[in-house]
Design a protein around this ligand. Structure first.
Ligand SMILES: Nc1ncnc2c1ncn2[C@@H]1O[C@H](COP(=O)(O)OP(=O)(O)O)[C@@H](O)[C@H]1O
Ligand SMILES: [Mg+2]
Length: 256
């Protein structure tokens, strides 16, 4: 663990993409972020501000152009193997294997980690049931609704008992009521696990529903504001807070 004890740490991170023509495009510029153990943080920002780029940096899929990214005190890009089973990732689309049933999809990570057959099934069934998929264990993805497929994707992540949960626009393609219910279930299970969670979204409602801390990202990727999400707020107070966040996003300036 690093000195501050942060589970997620991004220091002065810059990400510059170079096109085939040699044009340079800065997607993330001077991003600083620290997330403590057990924190549930939502990052919100406009489409194109660099959220997915940030997500990919956190997952170690890309190295930053400059600056440092560490998770649990380790470099997710250089120490990819260290993070096997430590990160639970929920993607925008479910990314299920179409030729596998819900149960077979949910247990895929455990299979890779070499768990025995019975243990794989026991753990995967437990999570499928917690995610309200009783009776659909043997269904194939094409037999499930979008919301159910996303639940299977979540079960797959929870099965690994990861240290950190990452979600990027994980509820974005679902209808509003399905998304809302799924966010409730997700938040409940993450809270219960006491693990750290970073959710990335363009949807402010989603960010406020899940995050107890809200980080507003500007374009190109940098922190404009970092605040506690109001608790026990009235509808009017919440609406006011939301307006403030929308103003910050619109102005795209760092709030002092
Ligand atoms: N591999 C890449 N090469 C060049 N530009 C990219 C690449 N990935 C993302 N970008 C650009 O970086 C910016 C931020 O993209 P992204 O991180 O996907 O934003 P968000 O997830 O917030 O919508 C966009 O302008 C996008 O076009
Ligand atoms: Mg994105």
């Amino acid at each position: 663990m690093n000195a501050g004890g942060a589970v997620i740490s991004m220091q002065d991170v810059r990400m510059v993409f170079t096109s085939v023509d040699g044009d340079r495009f800065t997607a993330v510029d001077g991003l600083n972020l620290e997330v403590g153990s057990g924190d549930i943080v939502a990052i919100v920002g406009k489409t194109g501000c660099g959220k997915s780029t940030t997500f990919n940096l956190l997952l170690g899929l890309d190295p930053p152009t400059s600056g440092s990214v560490t998770l649990l005190g380790h470099d997710p890009h250089k120490e990819f193997d260290y993070f096997r089973s430590k990160l639970g990732v929920i993607f925008q689309t479910d990314r299920l294997l179409p030729w596998r049933t819900a149960l077979e999809n949910a247990r895929v990570g455990l299979e890779i980690l070499g768990y025995g057959d019975k243990e794989q099934n026991d753990i995967a069934l437990e999570w499928l049931h917690k995610l309200e998929l009783h009776g659909f264990e043997d269904a194939y993805p094409h037999e499930l609704s979008g919301g159910m497929r996303q639940r299977v994707g979540m079960a797959r992540a929870f099965c690994l008992a990861p240290e950190i949960f990452f979600a990027d626009e994980a509820f974005g393609h679902l209808d509003q009521s399905t998304a809302r219910r799924l966010r409730e279930v997700f938040l409940e299970l993450v809270t219960e696990s006491k693990k750290t969670c970073l959710l990335i979204t363009h949807n402010i409602h989603e960010a406020l529903e899940i995050g107890s801390r809200l980080v507003v990202l500007g374009k190109p990727g940098r922190v404009l504001a970092d605040m506690e999400t109001p608790t026990n707020a009235t509808r009017a107070e919440m609406a006011e807070f939301e307006d403030r966040v929308l103003d910050i996003i619109e102005n795209n300036e760092v709030v002092g």
